[in-house]
Design a binder for this molecule. Sequence first.
Ligand SMILES: [Zn+2]
Ligand SMILES: [Zn+2]
Length: 234
Amino acid sequence: MTTRIDRFSPEGGEVSTWIVGDDEEVIVIDPGSDAAGLLEALGDREVLAVICTHGHAAHVAAAMELAERDDAPVALHPKDRGLWRETHPDDADIEMEDGGIFEVADVRLEVLHAPGHTEGSVCLYCEDLGVVFTGHVMAPEGPVPDDGEFPDFAGQLTAIGEQLLTLPASTRVLPGHGPETTIGAAEKKFTPGWQPAPSRPRWSSSASKGCRVGCTRARRPGSPPGWIARAGTG
Ligand SMILES: [Zn+2]
Ligand SMILES: [Zn+2]
């Protein structure tokens, strides 16, 4: 196994960008806002695709500029297209769907649609490497709010329960901000039947801060290589 995971988190940057690949080719997850710094860090490794876990500006700002060098496709779930357009005039190239697969080096990344933080939030599960990239669906503190609020808390919890907590307990959770955790550790935090209480969040206050910092909204307005859409629809 030559495939590795690198984390790019520029000084002062808010977003953890995850780079999956080998010495030849990579897939970039959540490009953040520093395209030049990211390209420098990548060197001559070819960018096969740029995947956005969701459409919030802090995560997608550098997507098009980063993708341009190697003519790589940018992938987004279509339900976040509205958010995306707050930052980018042109649409993303790949409309991700649940079950879709990306291939890079000798591993596969599976798209897990996990709405709640945004309608088009996705996680990327790599069974080969035993990791799941969770964007803002789930961090060590729990479900990640958007600017201090949960747009669809029940939906987010359901997505976490169905898409993430069903993964092997040893799976590393690599979120869009901050430290990593594991599925096993996250599972212990969940209380069955817990109801959201916006005024008294059960998840620690650092979760709320996390989103205020990381997920402010934008203030301005085929089958590409590596991508295998799920067979069939529905
Ligand atoms: Zn964020
Ligand atoms: Zn977000």
